[in-house]
Design a protein around this ligand. Structure first.
Ligand code: F0G
Length: 456
């Protein structure tokens, strides 16, 4: 058999630049040890996020030329709507400028002060949109997800037991549940079809609708196809339709699995929700047939949704993530196992085990990796977890991870080898790192984006 290779070839390239350690020390200091504050040209390999950083295909670039920029009723909207209907099976579609905007529009209609909204590890903006409305986001992910060394095929799953407890204890006060596929926060870990169905059925038993946070829905479908019994012979598109068959709505960040630089949407079969959310779309995002996007962007989303729900495209992608994981295995570096869909989440407090949790080990590791080779990763750990809204204490209950997040169709496996080698160099001198970082200034919500730190 022939070896594996990408299902595409490269038509356009963008130069990237190396730097010296001395330069990086200066730049990181100026950035207050927060890599979000770095300029992108101070970065060699940028693994901050897979969001909006993918490379569009020639078909998507072609679609840009066909964009209809009419204010209302543009053909681009209808093309986009038809594709969302086809892929997800939802009738009503509201475009928004990105995923958090979809959350903002829908939650403005659905979330009231004091509500409780369970979910399998809400993403930070989702949590932010709940907590800023003085409601509560309760995590109901399976406990096994917290053990990074445990190999489970569907580590992003919902604990039905935890979910039922929340539904029982908060009867009448749960406007919906958020099901995130794949589960980004615990490592891009997928949710099984069985768990999706069980979750929907349990919620519906208590008359609670399910909103699927769909940023990486196609990667989730890939894992269902390759890991769950009974799905090997189904197409990704068939699996996606089945994933959404019992759900009530989707919020989507098209910046991930639709492989565009900007975009999002809300989709549902619930006319009442559509009518309610629509009213918030107009002041926040714009008229309901463009929702903060250009007509050409809607075209590119439609094309991206179509091509990224094909097996070969996803297989190429997941293969690269697995390649990086295999390198880290070779070097003995601990990460959330098994490798996820969009990223490798290195276990920060296992690597820098001399750094106390109060000094944010994963953030320190993020800084060390940048200083080592100009690689920008992202802390998904104790800083990102924010403070408890009631006690104002740091939340140390979750994982402290460094996310090596891989943009779609952008870097080669050679870049992944550089990343792994740089991580190995840091790992080899981990005994010398006894201290982490301290917070000098932080915002009350979503502090990781703007936090100012000092090295200890
Ligand atoms: N939901 C999930 C699961 C996400 O991962 C994100 C964004 C959003 C919602 C919000 O979408 O960025 O378009 O507003 N995640 C990015 C990340 C930022 O780096 O993981 P957005």
């Amino acid at each position: 058999e022939l070896p594996f290779a990408e299902s595409w070839k490269i038509k356009m390239i963008e130069p990237i630049h190396r730097s010296t350690r001395e330069q990086r020390e200066q730049w990181l200091k100026e950035a207050h040890y927060n890599v979000f504050q770095l300029r992108a040209d101070q970065v060699y390999i940028d693994l901050l996020t897979d969001s909006g950083t993918g490379a569009m295909s020639d078909r998507q670039w072609s679609e840009l030329m066909l964009g209809d920029e009419s204010y209302a009723g543009a053909t681009s909207f209808y093309k986009f709507q038809a594709m969302v209907r086809k892929i997800f099976g939802f009738e009503y579609v509201i475009p928004t400028h990105q995923g958090r905007a979809a959350e903002n529009v829908l939650f403005s209609y659905l979330v009231k002060e004091g509500n409780v909204i369970p979910g399998n590890a809400h993403f930070d903006t989702t949590k932010g949109h709940i907590e800023s409305r003085h409601a509560f986001a309760v995590d109901v992910t399976i406990d096994e997800a917290k053990n990074t060394q445990l190999e489970l095929p569907f580590k992003g799953n919902v604990s039905l037991e935890k979910l039922e407890k929340v539904l029982v204890e908060n009867k009448g006060n749960v406007p919906f549940m958020v099901l995130t596929v794949t589960n980004n926060t615990v490592g891009g870990q997928p949710v099984s079809m069985q768990n999706i169905k069980d979750t929907c059925r349990l919620c519906h038993k208590y008359n609670v609708p399910v909103v699927v946070d769909s940023a990486r829905f196609a990667e989730n479908a890939y894992f269902i196809k390759t890991r769950e019994a009974g799905y090997a012979d189904k197409t990704i598109k068939e699996i996606v339709r089945e994933m959404y068959a019992e759900a009530d709505a989707a919020t989507m960040s098209c910046k991930k699995d639709a492989i565009v630089n900007m975009g999002g949407f809300i989709a549902t079969n619930n006319k009442q929700w559509y009518d309610g959310a629509m009213q918030f779309c107009i002041p926040f995002e714009g008229y309901i047939t463009y929702g903060g996007l250009n007509g050409r962007d809607l075209n590119a989303i439609a094309q991206g949704l179509d091509e990224n729900t094909e097996f070969d495209m996803l297989n190429t992608r997941i293969h690269q993530v697995a390649h990086l994981a295999a390198k880290l295995d070779e070097y003995g570096i601990p990460y959330q196992r098994p490798a996820g869909g969009h990223a490798i989440f290195v276990d920060g407090d296992k690597v820098l085990d001399r750094v106390p949790k109060e000094e944010f080990p994963a953030q320190r590791l993020t800084c060390e990796l940048y200083l080592e080779a100009g690689i920008r990763a992202c802390e998904i750990g104790y800083i990102l977890a924010d403070r408890d809204p009631v006690t104002h204490q740091n939340r140390f209950g979750g994982l402290d991870l460094v996310r090596l997040c891989i943009p779609r169709r952008v870097y080669t496996d050679n870049h992944m080898d550089v990343v792994a080698a740089a991580m190995k160099n840091v790992y080899d001198r981990r005994e010398e790192v006894n201290h982490g970082v301290a917070i000098e200034w932080e915002a009350p919500l979503m502090r990781h984006f703007t936090v100012r730190l000092k090295m200890l």
